[in-house]
Ligand binder design. Structure first.
Ligand SMILES: N[C@@H](CCC[C@H](N)C(=O)O)C(=O)O
Length: 312
């Protein structure tokens, strides 16, 4: 307990923060309550908290802040494990909703709330257990952005050739492992979705190939890279996330993959995306909004002392 003792020599109260650790399908986050007092962390402090050996360990940090938007419960400030901010996080926003409900900021009986995010307001309908704790949520993830100029992609799109159907964000990129075809979709944050045939996704080298494309010059803001195989029970998908590497699940990535699969004739508008951490149900509604349904759970709570991660 000595490490958590705010009175120990050298420790300052403002350097010790309570946190909750939550996860959605194993995509895990540290949630910090910045509703009453401002919490501003440096990228090095975030990276230290997310470090799985020297810190708490997580794919990202979510600071819950007051929202200036009327009708929104709070603002989700999301930062990746490497300290870089992202516009949206699908698994994170369900955990954010759980944090608000479980801590009494939103009455469980409401069954819904609106999350304010850098990508815009995201309405959420949620289910609770007998104790009033959120278990599952459906998030209106908004309309996918398919214009390559807005994804953003810095390369000539290869519209029809790759996918057989018109697809504005279609892109073929060379690599040491041969050419890969991507469908570029933004869900507020950039995604490059690659459909693979005749590949055992379980042994596919997501770490190496994903890292190569995450930082490819075609993606000036980097990209989350999804590798997908369409099967009889849904779309199996693994993801190399911008700013954190391979994760067990990515909500925005599942939405981008489902949209790309639909646009290229590989799936219908409603499908399951089967991730390493479990399944997300994705429905691309007729009004163009993508609805994502999945669980959220708390792992543990604690306090953390703020430290900067030492440069590698
Ligand atoms: N895991 C998230 C996405 C988190 C942000 C992403 N790494 C980015 O930089 O855009 C999800 O569930 O959507």
């Amino acid at each position: 307990m000595r490490g958590n003792d705010p009175n120990r020599k050298g420790a300052r109260m403002q350097d010790i923060l309570p946190f909750a650790k939550l996860q959605g399908l194993g995509n895990d986050f540290i949630l910090l309550d910045g509703l009453a007092k401002g919490i501003d962390l440096s990228p090095g402090q975030i990276a230290h908290m997310c470090d799985r050996h020297f810190g708490i360990g997580a794919d990202g940090v979510i600071v819950v802040r007051p929202s200036p938007q009327p009708g929104c419960a709070a603002y989700m400030h999301y930062v990746n494990a490497d300290g870089t901010p992202a516009q949206m996080c699908g698994n994170g926003v369900r955990c954010f909703a759980k944090f608000l409900v479980d801590n009494g900021y939103v009455p469980a009986a409401n069954g819904k709330l609106v999350a304010d995010t850098p990508a815009g307001p995201r309405p959420i309908a949620f289910e609770v257990d007998a104790a009033g704790m959120l278990t599952r949520a459906t998030v209106d993830m908004g309309r996918p952005v398919l214009d390559p100029a807005l994804v953003p992609v810095d390369a000539e799109p290869d519209a029809v050739a790759l996918f057989g159907e018109p697809f504005a964000g279609a892109l073929s990129l060379d690599s040491p492992w041969g050419p890969f075809a991507f469908a570029c979709v933004s869900m507020g944050n950039p995604h490059a979705v690659c459909f693979l045939d005749d590949v055992d996704l379980d042994v596919f080298d997501v770490d190496t190939i994903g890292a190569f494309f995450e930082s490819h010059p075609a993606f000036p803001e980097k990209a989350n890279v999804e590798f997908a195989v369409v099967g009889p029970h849904g779309i199996a998908m693994r993801v190399y996330e911008r700013g954190c590497g391979e994760t067990l699940a990515c909500g925005t990535g599942a939405c981008a993959t489902a949209v790309a699969a639909c646009l290229t004739g590989r799936a219908t508008r409603e499908t399951d995306v089967l991730l390493r951490g479990g399944a997300l149900h994705i429905r691309w509604a007729d009004d163009g909004h993508v609805m994502m349904t999945g669980p959220a759970a708390e792992s543990f709570r604690g306090t953390v002392s703020l430290r900067e991660r030492n440069p590698a």
